[in-house]
Design a protein around this ligand. Structure first.
Ligand SMILES: [Zn+2]
Length: 235
């Protein structure tokens, strides 16, 4: 039997899932909400200044709310994880025999024989009891631990980058061409984001591209129609 001396370097997409989800969500939200805002205001506006002011305000407000939303939601996840771990630590101290049986039955259910399940449970308990229960009983893998600040920062940054792209397109276009020009630019950015996000996650690219493009187009058409409605009623 070949002996493996050193673990060959390998990485799995699932390791990136935490920040990838926040990044794609942030960038997608940045592109769609800012492009829609710019398209909607441009459909009703008489001057380019209003469009740019609305766009920049949308970028700042969106980045702040994404950061706050991610921080609050991931923090409550972190609180739940910490509470579960504290409960587990207490149970390990108060009921070590019961906890060992619990771990043994988890490994038995995964297909190990009684003896082997017990041996593994005893060895892992001796090595790192809380780690074994956290991973195998609570399903808390180290790579998925809640990191509120990382999530908030990633979301705010990617939202801002996503929002900046339609804003730059609006800056470069004359007012009458902003609704169509920014919509097309945003659609290209969304398709690129869909492709990058799917590729980074090891998922089928075409499906990812179509998914973000569909929702993006829907959002921009809706805000454009509302902008037109307001434009004609105000004008
Ligand atoms: Zn336990």
């Amino acid at each position: 039997m070949a002996t493996i001396t050193e673990k060959p370097a390998e990485s799995h997409a699932v390791e990136r899932i935490g920040w990838l989800r926040a990044a794609v969500l942030g960038a997608n939200d940045g592109i769609v909400s800012t492009a829609s805002l710019v398209v909607g205001v441009a459909a009703a506006a008489t001057g380019k200044h209003e469009v740019m002011v609305a766009g920049v305000a949308g970028l700042v407000a969106g980045a702040m709310s994404m950061a706050a939303g991610e921080y609050v939601s991931v923090s409550s996840q972190a609180d739940t994880e910490a509470a579960d771990l504290a409960k587990e630590r207490r149970e390990l101290a108060e009921l070590p025999e019961f906890e060992l049986q619990e771990l043994t039955s988890i490994y038995r259910d995964r297909g190990l024989s009684d003896d082997l399940a017990h041996q593994v449970a005893v060895a892992l308990t001796a090595h790192d009891a809380l780690g074994a229960h956290a991973r195998d009983e609570l399903g808390l893998a180290e790579m998925h631990r809640a990191r509120p600040i990382q999530a908030a920062f990633t979301s705010a940054m990617t939202f801002s980058v996503g929002a900046a792209m339609p804003l730059i397109a609006a800056l470069l276009l004359p007012l009458p061409q902003i609704p169509l020009g920014v919509s097309l630019a945003a659609l290209c950015f969304l398709m690129l984001l869909g492709a990058v996000g799917s590729a980074a996650g090891g998922a089928p690219v075409a499906k990812g591209v179509l998914r973000v493009a569909f929702w993006g187009v829907l959002a921009m058409i809706a805000t454009y129609l509302i902008g037109r409605m307001f434009g004609t009623s105000v004008g």
